[in-house]
Ligand binder design. Structure first.
Ligand code: ADP
Ligand code: ASP
Ligand code: MG
Length: 823
């Protein structure tokens, strides 16, 4: 004998009921089966909604009733769509139609009654809720009959007997088991169809087994009959590693122990109603969870014996709408009896406690309950402890709302160290604040109370940690999609698959912005047509972009600044405070006011979010990364000498007695090596900024004003009002520039604009570099940095290569992003 239970979605449409029937046809050929059905999907909620409206004197209950009516009608019409051509089918159809109309009229009278007396007692509520399963089982039974299946409909209310705890009745197993056994003994049909969820009290009133209770009905029947198997047919292919609606990567768990299933279902895995396991556990009857819409998928098998080699963590789950209540006060320390009175009060109020924690100081007890019970619990507890509260021995109960519980579950967690360490460090890294923690002595479950807005992120990052160890998702919010930004997007598009396969990093661009528009997408922006998407995006704003990144609350988020804009650099702190890492190509933050630089560094530590800016110096060259490795490994920087300006290199490599300084600067500008105002490069300010950053990264607190800048431009040039005027001065002062060239040439030297940092002092300026010096042969737009350190005292460590250009700068940004992913 096998027991099959079909849930709301499985019986939610004619199409799905046809699937159910084909499963029944197949299975009833091999075994006698008992089939338990839920109400048509969503109908139980609708019944409740109509009842509450009616009870509140709101006539809208009639509309909801009409929806219930048409929902069933659509199902029936779908099941009997071919009845016109077949006399006997037509008769069945009409009979069913009349039966359902009769039941729906009864329902209507009940709702009208609730409206009239404007009262909805738990007893009336159960009477009303029983209509859902009564309607669905009647429809399915008549369809089975019309298709010549050997079936009988038995009302579970005549079998399952409970106490009078309406809405959540407790089963009297002695009577119930007898009823079930004697009915099935006398039954000769191969399919027995039963409504789930409904039962009757000893005194004959309709009761129900709690929301989701059809699973329980099926388990009760399975245990009474010593069935070989209990099958739960639903709308997903098994019990998943976590709620598949919240975590796309969740996967069905093939095997689970009864205890693991109990923990997961108690902690929110709605696919199985928690009490379901108990009756079948005692008899070692396996539970198989299957998908009606995909019957060939393996599903989940829940048994006593589970293979020993399984992973320690089996699943993650969540319960929403939790309130945390705290009873605290000095008067509690060392005084026995407080917890007893507290929990007795809750029991008396029939309030279910989901989680409890008490620190060993005994100064407070904290417990999690359903938010809908919170006010009632506070009232009851405050009144029980009124005397102690007046004496100020304890404080009135404090309620915290908008919380959820997440739990990590697995039988073998107890024999593995480090699971809770991993759990909490993963949550911490993702800025998920933990309000309370509980771990049962069985060590089968570690639970944490967190804010409801963090649930999706928490489950996704824990899932990644425990089940996908293989890939880490990085969510990028990129602002500035000019030359460099475009190259970076191109590189991401090109390298995505490679990085995923070889480094187990999944890169996603979740947000894009330029100065005009911005676009964000929870699922990642498709990079094939990002330009169109960005163009069609909403109006850009710095705070709007930050809000999107904050509200999406995605794990491993990174803000990437590819602008040269000061306002953008001013918002880094706000990102870091949300534990969103920052990667900047923009130099302003690191070379501006030292306080801001220090603040960003400390926010980065405090919120566990990286702040990286490798491309600030030498574009894609690993200058800052190398410097930081030297320092963290205990080295000390003595001197840095560097040529750091691609544009100045270009200019002095091409300038000689056959050209004019004017022509060379113009060419540098035309070829894109200089800023629109070339003085920013020629004055050395850009180089000064870079060496300032290197000095700061070496541990020195210095400002731009502390730098010695040896400006080789003429006063004339610096004073010019416009870029055109500036160019004019270059022609006027050609003789002076030629003089610089000649002087170097005579000594067989090359002119280079050099940055130096020595003994805490930094300076930049034009130098005549003699032959043989590492700077002498520097070509094109190459940069070079020489580190003289305690470990490299004579022969410096040298980093050399292209120090400008969109492609290398983008690759430097890419490297920073990968550094964060590997962190
Ligand atoms: P039925 O109506 O068939 O009883 P339920 O809605 O009660 O179905 O349960 C199935 C739903 O449970 C799934 O659609 C899914 O959204 C939800 N669910 C939550 N956690 C899990 C989990 N860990 N595994 C599978 N489903 C889950
Ligand atoms: N129809 C009931 C509910 O929605 C019972 C069930 O579907 O299991 O709660
Ligand atoms: Mg269910």
């Amino acid at each position: 004998m096998k027991i099959l239970k079909f849930g709301g979605t499985s019986v939610g449409s004619a199409e799905n009921i046809n699937e159910v029937i084909s499963i029944l046809e197949k299975q009833s050929k091999q075994n006698n089966i008992a089939v338990v059905v839920s109400a048509v999907g969503g109908v139980t909620d609708k019944l409740l909604e109509a009842a509450h409206l009616a009870c509140n004197k709101d006539l809208k209950y009639k509309q909801v009733y009409n929806k219930i009516w048409s929902r069933h009608n659509t199902v029936i019409e779908g099941l009997f769509e071919n009845s016109q051509n077949d006399k006997s089918l037509q008769k069945n159809h009409e009979e069913l139609h009349d039966l359902i109309s009769e039941k729906l009229n009864e329902l209507r009278s009940l709702l009208d009654g609730i409206y009239l007396i404007n009262e909805l007692s738990p007893k009336t509520k159960d009477k009303l809720l029983s209509f859902g399963e009564a309607l669905s089982s009647t429809i399915i039974y008549h369809t089975l009959k019309s298709r010549q299946l050997d079936a009988i409909l038995k009302n579970s209310q005549e079998l399952i007997v409970t106490n009078s705890n309406f809405n959540n009745a407790i089963v009297n197993f002695e009577v119930t088991n007898d009823n079930i056994r004697s009915f099935f003994k006398s039954n000769s049909k191969s399919i027995v169809l039963l409504p789930g969820f409904v039962s009757k009290s000893v005194s004959g009133e309709i009761t129900t087994l709690g929301r989701g209770g059809s699973d329980y009905t099926a388990a009760i029947i399975a245990a009474a009959l010593d069935a070989n198997e209990l099958q739960i047919w639903t709308d997903v292919s098994g019990m998943f590693t976590t709620n598949p609606k919240l975590v796309k990567q969740a996967e069905p768990i093939v095997e689970l122990s009864y205890q693991e299933a109990v923990e997961l279902s108690h902690f929110g895995a709605k696919v199985l109603y928690p009490p379901t396991v108990m009756p079948v556990l005692k008899k070692h009857i396996p539970i198989v969870i299957k998908n009606t819409m995909n019957p060939d998928a393996i599903g989940t098998t829940i048994t006593h014996e589970v293979a020993a080699n399984g992973s320690p963590v089996k699943g993650l789950s969540n319960i929403d709408n939790i309130a945390l209540l705290t009873l605290q006060g000095n008067g509690m320390v060392g005084v026995p009896g407080f917890s007893k009175r507290l929990f007795e009060t809750l029991a008396h109020e029939k309030i279910n406690i989901i989680l409890i924690t008490q620190s060993s100081s005994e100064h407070s007890i904290c417990f999690g309950i359903s938010a809908s019970d919170a006010e009632r619990a506070k009232e009851a507890i405050d009144s029980v402890f009124e005397y102690e509260i007046t004496l100020q021995k304890i404080d009135p109960i404090v309620i915290e709302n908008d919380l959820s519980i997440i739990a990590v579950v697995g039988d073998k967690m107890k024999s593995h160290q480090g699971i809770s360490g991993k759990m909490f460090s993963t949550l911490g890294k993702n800025n998920v604040n933990i309000r309370a923690i509980a771990q049962g002595a069985s060590e089968r479950n570690i639970s944490a109370v967190i804010h409801k807005n963090d649930v999706k992120k928490a489950l996704n990052s824990l899932h990644e940690q425990f089940f996908e160890i293989k890939t880490k998702q990085i969510n990028l919010f990129i602002t500035g999609v000019g030359n460099v930004g475009e190259r970076l997007l191109e590189q991401i598009k090109q390298q995505k698959a490679y990085v995923k396969e070889h480094f187990k990093i999944s890169l996603r661009v979740a947000g894009l912005s330029n100065s005009r528009t911005m676009v964000v997408n929870d699922d990642g922006i498709n990079l094939k047509n990002w330009k169109e998407q960005l163009h069609a995006g909403e109006k850009a704003s710095l705070s709007g972009f930050l809000n999107h990144a904050t509200n999406l609350n995605l794990r491993n988020s990174v803000f990437v600044d590819i602008t040269a804009n000061e306002a953008v650099s001013n918002i880094y702190g706000d990102y870091l405070k949300q534990s969103i890492s920052v990667v900047a190509c923009n130099k302003i933050a690191c070379s501006g006011n030292i306080e801001y630089y220090n603040q960003l560094k400390s926010l980065s530590r405090k919120y566990n979010a990286s702040f990286l800016f490798e491309t600030n110096v030498g574009a894609g060259l690993p200058v800052i990364d190398t410097l930081s490795h030297l320092i963290t490994s205990g080295d000390k920087i003595n001197t840095i000498q560097a040529v750091l300006s691609g544009s100045l290199n270009f200019i002095f490599n091409n300038f000689n007695s056959d050209t004019t300084f004017y022509d060379v600067v113009k060419q540098a500008q035309d070829e894109g090596y200089t800023e629109p105002d070339p003085r920013i490069d020629l004055s050395g300010i850009d180089v000064a900024r870079k060496v300032l950053i290197l000095a700061r990264e070496s541990g020195h607190q210095i400002e731009l004003a502390d730098l010695e800048t040896d400006n080789f431009l003429t006063e004339n040039a610096m004073k010019a009002d416009t870029v055109d005027d500036f160019y004019k001065t270059l022609s006027e002062d050609e003789a002076y520039y030629q003089g610089l060239y000649k002087s170097a040439k005579e000594k067989n030297c090359q002119l280079k604009f050099v940055a130096e940092f020595n003994n805490g002092k930094a300076k930049v300026g034009l130098q005549e570099i003699p032959e043989g010096h590492p700077f002498y042969n520097l070509k094109g737009k190459d940069n070079i940095v020489m580190f003289y350190t305690r470990r490299y005292p004579e022969q410096p460590m040298i980093i050399k290569g292209a120090g400008a250009g969109a492609d290398v700068t983008a690759s430097g940004l890419f490297a920073d992003i990968i550094r964060i992913a590997n962190n």
